[in-house]
Design a protein around this ligand. Structure first.
Ligand code: SF4
Length: 413
């Protein structure tokens, strides 16, 4: 890429920073107000129920990602290892536990608050992995608050009515337990409103991601990692909807005007697996310099849920929570990836083997090889991790990416 090539900033991101700051300041205020309650929830957990019950909702995985993005995870993982957590287990979990034991949080520097809000309740769903159950267990013991969860059926091929009914039953029981414990009563109309807003934010997010289908792509995976925070942290709020309407309008203008995230885009790449939070800037710059746009990813699509068109909100929650990619079988995942490659006109794919997250890594059982054979598209698999840089070699990975892009160039010739 010529040295003169410049990134075109996304104007909406100026609005995002104060939105995220207000979200954390509100959580901090709620945690110190005896009249308000805070619940911690997994990123694709039943947060709509918690919001509808009046809890402010905090997502610890986001804290794990922040520790990674601030390049400090490795300083805190050993604290969790000393407390008995395996160094090869989820580095979101170990860095988050380690940072709590050390009394450190990146939220202090970013927003001037002491750290994560003290919870009144922790709620998980094992639709993504069982690690969250043990992670939440640590903080439940530490704060002496209840830990509740649902354990949906996993590795699903087809999602059947029986599966949905089972998970709906788990959600209904979860509501009963919370109502009894806290003396609350869920207003079903309010839950329907929250679910409708959650679905609206998710639909807008999906439409934003879809604008990258055009050439040149409007948006990259690395942009997505920044702009996805409302659909994770503020799902069910009007704030998330308002923000995504602004962002979608901007991305639609890019489509209309032919503005690409990578000037002179030449290669279109798919990212499968977790991001590498401490290396986002370097990775983004590398692809930019090679005129390659990472136009789509499984990760950013994880919060693009099916639309809610009215009806039973618990059924929608049950269905969306088990239909997500991470909760599906190999056949479904492979077909999903082929569909994404076609829809986004992908030249080649990268599989990140995140060493501490086998759950969101799909290169371990031959899928990359099968896709390479069946799809006739170059595929690169490399080792790394979401946060723990012990498992990542920058020099080796950058060399591999350059060789991969050369392969794409040869095919174009
Ligand atoms: S899905 Fe992976 S990164 Fe996320 S909590 Fe589970 S093990 Fe950790």
């Amino acid at each position: 890429m010529p040295a003169t090539a410049k990134r075109i900033e996304i104007a909406a991101q100026k609005q995002l920073r104060p939105i995220v700051r207000d979200y954390f300041l509100n959580l901090d205020a709620a945690a110190s107000d005896p009249a308000r309650r805070v619940a911690w929830c997994t990123s694709i957990g039943p947060c709509e129920i918690l919001t509808a019950l009046g809890f402010e909702v905090y997502f610890p995985e986001n804290h794990g990602a922040l520790l990674g993005a601030r390049k400090v995870s490795h300083e805190y993982i050993p604290r969790a290892v000393a407390a008995g957590y395996c160094a090869e287990s989820c580095s979101y979990m170990t860095s988050d536990i380690g940072s709590a034991l050390a009394g450190f949080s990146p939220l202090t520097e970013a927003f001037g608050i002491a750290g994560p809000p003290k919870p009144d309740l922790l709620v998980y769903s094992t639709n993504q992995c069982r690690e969250v159950q043990d992670w939440w267990g640590f903080f439940g013991r530490r704060h002496e608050v209840p830990v509740l969860g649902i354990t949906p059926p996993t590795h699903l091929g087809d999602v059947t009515a029986e599966h949905i009914s089972f998970v709906r039953g788990e959600l209904a029981r979860l509501i009963d337990i919370i109502e009894t414990h806290f003396g609350m009563k869920l207003n079903e109309n309010h839950l329907t409103e929250v679910v409708a807003r959650s679905s609206r934010a998710s639909t807008l997010w999906n439409q934003i991601l879809d604008t990258a289908r055009v050439r040149p792509a409007t948006f990259t995976f690395f942009d997505g990692l920044f702009h996805m925070s409302p659909v994770i942290l503020m799902r069910g709020s009007q704030t998330a909807i308002d923000y995504y309407e602004v962002l979608l309008a901007e991305m639609s203008m890019r489509v209309r005007d032919g503005v690409g995230a990578v000037p002179n885009e030449r290669y279109r790449v798919y990212w499968e697996g977790m991001p590498i939070w401490p290396k986002l800037r370097e990775m983004s710059d590398k692809f930019f310099d090679l005129r390659a746009v990472v136009a789509a990813s499984t990760y950013c699509n994880s919060w693009a849920f099916e639309r809610f068109d009215g009806g039973d909100p618990l059924e929608w929650m049950a269905k969306t929570s088990i239909a997500i990619f991470i909760n599906r079988d190999e056949r479904f995942k492979q077909e999903f990836l082929v569909d994404m490659f076609d829809r986004f006109d992908i030249d080649g794919a990268i599989f990140h083997n995140a060493r501490t997250c086998p759950n969101n890594t799909n290169s371990r059982f031959g899928m990359a090889q099968r896709l390479r054979d069946e799809q006739d598209r170059p595929i690169l698999v490399f080792d790394g991790d979401l946060s723990d840089l012990r498992f990542f070699s920058t020099a080796q990975t950058m060399t591999n990416i350059e060789a991969f892009i050369e392969q794409l160039e040869e095919r174009k010739r």
